[in-house]
Design a binder for this molecule. Structure first.
Ligand code: SF4
Ligand code: SF4
Ligand code: FES
Length: 235
């Protein structure tokens, strides 16, 4: 790969071409907020939290899916970006039912941490309070649609890492939902291997093991990256 020059927040950097803006920022300790990005699986640009400004481009672009180009001038923390991050976070909370105090992920939730990060002290949009199912049909695990933010990290881990293809997505917009197998209860799935990788990949209290109670969720999303790195080394 050839090296190119880019500018991020007025800092001149020599970076490898072919990298995404997110990869370059993380390698250079420049903070970019993310939610759907998970090290070890492909990026899909679903959450729109990683938006950056690029000189000469009118719209904001997602850092996780945009590759660097020679002489690109990138800004990562303008007032416009901060405004969008705050709006996106509020909408994630308003869309489903997030009652942190009674959630298994309370205190260890990436969405909750995001709320603190963008200093979300209130939600300015009407909460939708949708009627969401909780699927407890699996012997060991629970899928609580109330806490799902449709990041699709579970879908990608299940297909790209485990190769089971249990999870997919049905419907669009307000009705969009994660589904198991062909929209059957998780416990009746013929594809799920019960490996538990999706539980670690999930950033919220949407996927969790039955053995735990409120506030006790302990996820390790980094195991996905470690696993993929070992596979690349043939271990
Ligand atoms: S998933 Fe996270 S943000 Fe949602 S209720 Fe649980 S702790 Fe709160
Ligand atoms: S269940 Fe979890 S990992 Fe899957 S889409 Fe919902 S929030 Fe993301
Ligand atoms: S992390 Fe880039 S769009 Fe979600």
């Amino acid at each position: 790969m050839q090296n190119i020059t880019i500018y991020i927040d007025d800092k001149k950097l020599e970076v490898e071409s072919g990298k995404t803006i997110l990869e370059v920022c993380r390698n250079n300790n420049i903070e970019i907020l993310t939610m759907c990005h998970l090290e070890g699986v492909l990026d899909v640009g679903a959450c729109r939290l990683c938006l950056v400004e690029i000189e000469g481009v009118n719209k904001l672009l997602s850092a996780c899916t945009t590759k660097v180009a020679a002489n690109m001038v990138i800004r990562t923390s303008t007032e416009r970006i901060k405004r969008y991050q705050r709006i996106t976070t509020e909408l994630l909370f308003a869309e489903r039912n997030h009652m942190c105090s009674v959630c298994v992920a309370n205190g260890k939730c990436e969405l909750q941490n995001l709320g603190y990060k963008v200093e979300m002290d209130s939600i300015r949009y009407p909460r939708l309070f949708p009627q969401c199912e909780v699927d407890t049909s699996h012997s060991w695990y629970v899928l609580d649609h109330n806490r799902c933010i449709m990041c699709t990290r579970c879908v990608r881990v299940c297909s790209e890492v485990e190769g089971a293809f249990n999870w997919s997505v049905k419907n669009r917009g307000y009705q969009v939902r994660i589904i198991s197998d062909f929209n059957t209860p998780w416990g009746e799935s013929t594809t799920c291997t019960s490996c538990g990788k999706c539980l670690h990949a999930c950033p919220t209290g949407a996927l969790w093991p039955k053995a735990i109670v409120q506030g006790q969720l302990d996820k390790k999303p980094e195991i996905i990256e470690e696993l993929m790195a070992k596979r690349k080394m043939g271990l």
